[in-house]
Design a protein around this ligand. Structure first.
Ligand code: NAG
Ligand code: NAG
Ligand code: CA
Ligand code: CA
Length: 236
């Protein structure tokens, strides 16, 4: 299920590049509406003191709206990822219905209008010539925090008993619908969980990545392992 080896290699090279930035780090540049932005590196101090609002299957999570410094903050998708990554976390990756329930409950209890997840459409450099990702709206989605492919968007994911993508949206068709592309040519390449925005309950939507939203961070095994391996005695 892992996406292309080039991505794994890119991460490896990025880790190697931490000490001495090299052109290889360009490999992990994420596309955005603000060109030239990069993924942030973890900050060991922040990782050690990261917010641990709740824990599920050994990983910690927090909702940005519950932290004083982010109480009213809304960030675009890449900035939100980077805010998480400095804490050795990343945007939430929703792998099971149980985890989805945790996210939905948080949204419902907090009356949160929407949040970013790490879900991303593979529509950038490195995703071309991947017949297995076509058609993109069905097979092209993955979790950027773990680089795992998502279930096809028109199917009930394994470990779910319903399809979490909304049945409706701006165009009154099921998600993902890339609706903003029809409005002004901006692709909806990022996955947000919206709270009843289209009278559709709490559900998954493809949304253009420049939109600014609060977010949920989840521990990143990769970043925690990296910081643990490079900071002797650090308590994470
Ligand atoms: C944006 O969406 C349109 C319509 O689906 C598609 O033709 C185009 O290739 C997409 N752009 C990118 C960068 O994937
Ligand atoms: C596209 O439309 C949205 C919503 O009206 C707007 O916020 C955004 O700035 C537009 N983007 C472009 C590139 O025109
Ligand atoms: Ca997860
Ligand atoms: Ca949409």
């Amino acid at each position: 299920m892992m996406l292309a080896t080039p991505w794994l290699l890119a991460v490896f090279l990025a880790v190697v590049a931490l000490a001495s930035p090299s052109p290889a780090i360009n490999e992990i540049r994420q596309p955005s509406n603000k060109p030239g932005r990069f993924l942030s590196l973890p900050v060991p101090n922040k990782c050690a003191q990261r917010p641990k609002e709740f824990n599920y299957r050994g990983r910690n999570y927090f909702f940005s709206g519950n932290l004083p410094q982010y109480r009213n903050a809304k960030l675009d998708w890449l900035d939100a990822r980077n805010a998480c990554r400095e804490y050795c976390m990343d945007l939430v990756t929703i792998e099971t219905q149980e985890e989805n329930n945790l996210v939905f409950t948080l949204i419902q209890k907090g009356d949160v209008p929407y949040i970013w997840t790490s879900g991303r459409l593979c529509d950038f450099k490195g995703c071309e010539n991947r017949r297995d990702l076509e058609p993109k709206n069905v097979f092209g989605w993955f979790w950027s925090a773990t680089r795992q492919k998502m279930a096809p968007t028109n199917q009930v994911p394994a470990s779910f008993n319903f399809n979490p993508w909304s049945q409706t949206g701006h165009k009154k068709v099921r998600q993902p619908d890339n609706a903003e592309f029809d409005i002004n040519g901006t692709n909806e390449s990022c996955l947000a969980v919206l709270n009843n925005v289209y009278s559709d309950g709490i559900s998954w939507h493809d949304v253009a990545c420049y939109h600014e939203k609060p977010f949920i961070c989840e521990d990143s095994d990769e970043l925690l392992n990296y910081v643990a391996a490079t900071n002797r005695g650090i308590r994470l």
